[in-house]
Design a protein. Sequence first.
Length: 566
Amino acid sequence: MNKKLREKRQIGKWRSWETTEGVIRAPHRSMMRAMGLNDDDINAPFIGVASTHNEVTPCNSGIKPLVDSVKKGINYSKGTPFEFGTITVSDAISMGTEGMKGSLVSREIIADSIETVCFAERYDGLVAVAGCDKSLPGAMMAMARLDIPSVFVYGGSILPGNLNGEDLTIISAFEAVGRRQSGEITDKELYDIETHACPGTGSCGGMFTANTMSSIGEALGLSLPGSASEANVDQRKVSSSRDAGMAVMNLVRKNIRPSDILTKKAFENAVTLVVAMGGSTNTALHLPAIASEMGVKLTLKDIHNISMKTPLLADLKPGGKYVMLDLDKVGGVPLVMKRLLEAGLIHGDELTVTGKTIRENLKHVDINIGENNIVRHIDSPISKTGGLVTLFGNLATDGCVLKVAGHDFGKKFTGPAKVFDQEEEAMEALKKREIKAGDVVIIRYEGPKGGPGMREMLSITGALVGQGLSESVYLITDGRFSGGSTGAIIGHLGPEAALGGPIAAVENGDEIEINLDKFELNLKVSSEIINKRLANWKPRKPLYERGTLGKYIKLVQPASEGAVTR
């Protein structure tokens, strides 16, 4: 390698020199010049800027200004940005339909597409700007796979809606459906909620999946401090996006990569933050998936053990009272992390995209920023343990996930099973008011393979809340739930029914026991009977044999492993 080339690689052209250097790359440079690049642009590090901007969902329809700002930061720092797009889908719009089967699948497509572009074009670094549930973990998975200097930028939360002085979120609309079905509200009142719940662009406003994943981005060290709670329409979001563009150039020049940041301790920090904030059950799906791409093992038991020693500090929806905007006003994620750090509950020496450690990033955060009910102090938590638990037992030998933040279910619950083989069957029973207090609703064949795609069930959980059944009926599924779902809901149950897991053996009227002293979920039927039923069980023909869903069925791994594809 000649001296000139060696100097360029030293300032950050780690891979892009393959497309720009030497006589044989004249055609390549000609293509670049056709896009307006000059010699300085070609000689600079190449940074991919992955954008999920689209007109499919409000979570992503407002992020184009952020993408432009990221590019300005890269240009300012003597890099050359290359913007490219990737897909997203709207969970809220596809919720309760067959289309929801494509939601989790989209996470893999997003990760694959970002990885493919950056790999093929030999980019030296990456900034991903993403706005809704699956696009956040999809982008982080791609960063882990690529292991090139990377920064994640969250598109920002939506502002809360308001009706008659009460804050609303999209969950208000889903729960209003159940209230209308039960006759509690009128068509006019439902329409008023519908038209006031979502006032503009941004991701769903509570500590639902998108805001959980944005908070995870900070805790992992992949996002700039304080950026997770900024609203999409806040000009600070534009500014922090520009800073992200500058930050990735610093990482490129210092050769700091995701493998330097995404350690086992970083994932432990992320879990600690989530359970302290009452975050989404989808944490138990997406964090193990990101960890898997980085070669780090993160299990459901790891998540449970961390939750057992972490206090619940944040009173955020859906289990609490407040939204992301409220958290932002009192200090955002850094406030929560600093309180956890001071209590010795997170690892402070983990490296981040600032080039500094967690402890250094939080140095000037005042944990006594003021008394408020949004984020409690360590010595006066909402509860002594965190917001997520995992259960095992003869019905869930691979485990399952329960969100306890904001709930008091009691330590034991036993009830008769009402079994449904798809979400639609259960929804019909709810519409007919056939679900009663004390029931244990089983919805199976909705797992990663069986669904396929592990549909979220916000329509059903919202209807249960609206009908006043959320605390008196347990809902158990091998599928999953929205981060906005609330109530006595157990998801990610494995092995799933499509694989012949014990959930496939449950029959109507069987007694189901939930024991939160032992964190067990058991079918109160003898092992002999369960084995006999499973011996007579026959696999179902896959619902899809071609296209995206057909490929997904063949490749997807269990939920306990993050439902990654291999």
